[in-house]
Design a protein around this ligand. Structure first.
Ligand code: FMN
Length: 362
């Protein structure tokens, strides 16, 4: 069985699947449920110097994701300090305490959470695109605590690698990427009302729809800085986490899947990671970390368009490839999909749509 233990800046994780800051870690009791559900370590909901006043409704499931207009914890920091962190610590797992937002906020909070925090995670969600407040917040955290300080980046622009470089320069020990994306809007077409209760109806997108953006960000950050990266965004199963490790992540965080499927999702994803590693002959997560970065380095600048090949034994003649080929280059004939080499542009759509996996690249 593959070894799922991971070292994250000196934190010993029993597996690399953590809750992401949010409802899964909304209080001490919920964090204990994450631990019982198999999480490798715990991440508490972001707190700030005052309790958040969250508009309702604050969450809506949409196809392939979730919209939310939550802010940070609705519990006052005093309650976390008096009760919730200690309860979470009783699980015996490393506890990452999430704090927001300004340097002044962090300077006020970090010394107070020090007795409970095995690491800090700083949210940059509400401090805009100017990197200076982020750097000031990191320095304030580093001045206050000796534990690792992770910075969680939001996918606001294309320059996430630059933000990661500046976070590293300010002393961050790791990067969590990414927070939810937006602002977005959902509408109930029966009433015309926005799905969420924020003043403008705006909310933030998370869940499977976010995964390609999160993967790109994790890869860019991993390429830009030599710090451990916590991959977050759209992870619901082991193969999603595997992709994050290949993009360079050391561990992953899960929020939406835990909201929708409950806290046992952490253990399930960890088990799926182990099974995948075993089935592919790897000993540990470290064996696949950064694999995609290496593939990209070795990739020729121009790839020649080649048609895919059909595994005749696997083809079920379902016709999905024929239906969606933009080049009219694939047809089911005599119970088998056949590719017209002269028409095929090598776009690859059919390879990704073929459910039985009968179409593949040579
Ligand atoms: C309802 C909700 C509340 C969240 N609250 C926080 C938070 O307090 N702090 C934070 O850093 N991220 C917060 N997030 C963002 C998540 O931690 C995570 O970055 C994002 O949802 C992407 O991961 P996912 O696709 O697994 O949900 C929240 C997300 C959701 C859906």
């Amino acid at each position: 069985m593959a070894d799922l233990n991971v070292d994250l800046c000196g934190l010993a994780l029993r597996n690399p699947v953590l809750p992401a800051a949010g409802p899964p870690g909304r209080d001490g009791k919920a964090l204990l449920a994450c631990a019982a559900g198999g999480a490798g370590a715990l991440v508490a909901k972001t707190i700030s110097v005052r309790a958040a006043d969250v508009p309702t409704p604050s969450m809506a499931e949409i196809p392939h994701g979730l919209l939310n207009c939550e802010l940070w914890s609705e519990l006052p920091p005093e309650q976390w300090l008096e009760r919730e962190y200690a309860l979470a610590k009783s699980a015996g797992l490393p506890l990452i305490v999430s704090l927001g937002y300004s340097a002044a906020d962090i300077a006020a909070l970090a010394p107070r959470v020090r007795p409970f925090a095995d690491a800090l995670e700083l949210s940059t969600h509400y401090i805009g695109e100017n990197p200076q407040p982020m750097m000031d917040a990191i320095r304030a955290a580093k001045d206050a605590v000796a534990v690792p300080v992770f910075v969680k980046l939001s996918p606001l622009g294309r320059e996430i690698s630059r933000a990661a470089e500046l976070a590293a320069k300010a002393g961050a020990n790791g990067i969590a990427a990414i927070n939810s994306f937006g602002p977005c809007l959902g509408i109930d077409v029966e009433t015309g009302q926005p799905l969420l209760g924020s003043a403008d109806g705006h909310g933030w997108l998370s869940g499977p729809a976010l995964k390609p953006l999160a993967l790109r960000c994790v890869l860019d950050v991993s390429r830009a800085v030599g710090l451990p990266v916590l991959g977050v965004g759209g992870i619901s199963r082991g193969s999603d986490a595997i992709a994050m490790f290949m993009a360079g992540a050391t561990a992953v965080q899960v929020c939406t899947a835990a909201i929708l499927r409950g806290p046992t999702v952490f253990g399930k994803i960890a088990t799926e990671i182990g099974a995948w590693l075993d089935a592919h002959g790897y000993q540990s997560v470290a064996d696949i970390r950064g694999l995609t970065l290496r593939c990209l380095r070795e990739r020729p600048a121009h790839r020649v368009a080649v048609p895919p090949v059909v595994e005749e034994a696997a083809c079920t003649a379902c016709g999905l490839c024929e239906l969606s080929c933009p080049y009219d280059a694939i047809h089911v004939q005599g119970g088998i999909a056949r590719v017209d080499m002269f028409r095929c542009a090598g776009c690859g759509l059919c390879v990704t749509r073929c459910r039985p996996g009968a179409l593949r690249w040579l």
